[in-house]
Write a protein that binds this ligand. Structure first.
Ligand SMILES: *Cc1c(COP(=O)(O)O)cnc(C)c1O
Length: 426
């Protein structure tokens, strides 16, 4: 059985390993719930993009909302990556890792003035602007600060929903980006504003895309637009194709990053745009298959209609199943010879929506550990403190080495900053 995450996450005999460490032993040493990551898997995912882009002017900006733990950012920064941020908080995180702001692009539909000021102060490489109103505000903020904001417009290429219905952010009628037909007017507006300097164009058409088709469609529309915009005297230096490449959760078979990027570059070159700086903003595809969420089985609760496997990780640790009905593979950290049973794998949180997987065949007993696979992206970053549960600890594995990269959150930390009413409140 090949697991998503292989070869870095795989069974050796009956034991699940991350690189050269037994997952069950990581759980024993660090407690559960525990996020564990393979550093080699992250670097291999990045290298797939890097191979395709080698020898050209390019920048890969890791979309850090997928997993923003400092050691993850550091891993990518040391490998030459830039970063795509969507908040002032994310900006402070990358700066805390020593990343130069000149490798940071700032995306998002709702940047505040305060976030803009801070990003200008540190000198981010580019703002990916998503509306005309944002252009105006950014220009005012930049002028007031005596700076020039470098901007790219996020264009919504409106790629054909009929052929690619799974795309969620590149279509008319969602909140992201500037409509394709309005792009030229917005570029002209941007070029006329005193606080702005146009440097690029970008798009981001969705997430968990498992086929090159929509990217090629979006690229064609962007190249056309670039030609039109430049014909109106506004030079476009870089072309940023966003993120969105999918990973394997169950049986999806997305192209490799290398194959996808190679086919996009071939189209870019064929249409005479090969001299531009090329950028990507991958998130999920760099980290998703590199992580697991390890959890202990607390109780096995057989029932007339359903059997429950109650584990110590819950929807607050891993929101994707509850929020998107996401299917993530769940396996035993140590395989047993026991007959399997069909379980709903659920957490302790007081919500019926608190499940990690339904109808899963598992052979487990109380005290065993299970691992939710493909949990490196949009997992820890979406964790909450619901039910006053501290967030999980995280470890990074590299070969036979393990580092604790985040302490388990303690109960007292969860209400630090809260205040009782004074005695005279009545
Ligand atoms: C979320 C996001 C990404 C990354 O998306 P993935 O599907 O994780 O690759 C890239 N760019 C922008 C603007 C985003 O919002």
């Amino acid at each position: 059985m090949t697991l998503p995450g292989a070869p870095h996450i795989a069974y050796r005999g009956d034991d699940l390993f991350i690189e050269d460490r037994r997952v069950a032993e990581l759980a024993r040493a660090h407690g559960t719930p525990l996020y564990a990551y393979s550093r080699a898997a992250m670097l291999a995912a990045l290298a797939s993009y890097q191979r395709a882009l080698a020898g050209r002017d390019h920048l890969i900006c890791y979309a850090m909302k997928a997993n923003s733990s400092l050691a993850v950012l550091q891993t990518f920064a040391q490998a030459g990556c830039g970063f795509d941020i969507v908040s002032g908080g994310e900006l402070e995180r990358v700066l805390a890792c020593g990343v130069p702001a000149s490798k940071v692009v700032f995306s998002g539909v709702g940047k505040t003035r305060a976030e803009m000021r801070r990003a200008l102060e540190v000198g981010v490489m580019c703002f990916n602007v998503e509306s005309e109103a944002e252009l105006e505000v950014l220009s005012q903020v930049a002028s007031a600060a005596g700076r020039i904001a470098r901007v790219s417009l996020r264009v919504n290429p409106d790629v054909d929903a009929g052929t690619h219905p799974y795309i969620s952010t590149g279509l008319k009628g969602n909140k992201f980006g500037i409509a394709h037909q309005d792009a030229l007017a917005n570029y002209q507006r941007a070029a006329g504003l005193p606080g702005l300097h146009v440097v690029g164009i970008d798009c981001h058409i969705g997430s968990q895309i498992t086929d090159a088709g929509p990217y090629l469609d979006a690229l064609d529309r962007l190249l056309e637009l670039i030609e039109t915009i430049e014909a109106h005297g506004i030079p476009i230096h870089h072309l940023d194709l966003g993120g969105g490449l999918g990973i394997t959760y169950t049986d999806e078979a997305p192209p490799s990053a290398e194959a996808l990027v190679t086919s996009l570059l071939a189209r870019i070159d064929a249409r005479g745009h090969g001299h531009r700086r090329i950028m990507f903003e991958p998130g999920r595809s760099l980290v998703g298959n590199a992580g697991v969420l390890v959890s202990e089985v607390l109780y096995v609760k057989p029932g007339e209609q359903r059997n429950f496997c109650i584990v110590d990780a819950a929807m607050n640790d891993l929101m994707r199943p509850a929020m998107y009905q996401a299917w993530m593979r769940i396996v035993a950290c140590r395989r047993r010879d026991d007959p399997t049973m069909i379980f709903d794998v659920v957490g302790p949180v007081c919500e019926s929506g608190d499940w990690l997987g339904k109808d899963r065949a598992l052979a487990v007993r109380a005290g065993d550990c299970v691992a939710v696979l493909s949990a490196g992206a949009y997992s820890m970053t979406m964790a909450s403190n619901y039910n006053t549960r501290g967030r999980a600890a995280e470890v990074m594995v590299s070969g036979d080495r393990v580092w604790l990269i985040r302490d388990r959150e303690q109960p007292s930390e969860l209400f630090r900053g809260e205040h009782l009413l004074p005695a005279n409140a009545g």
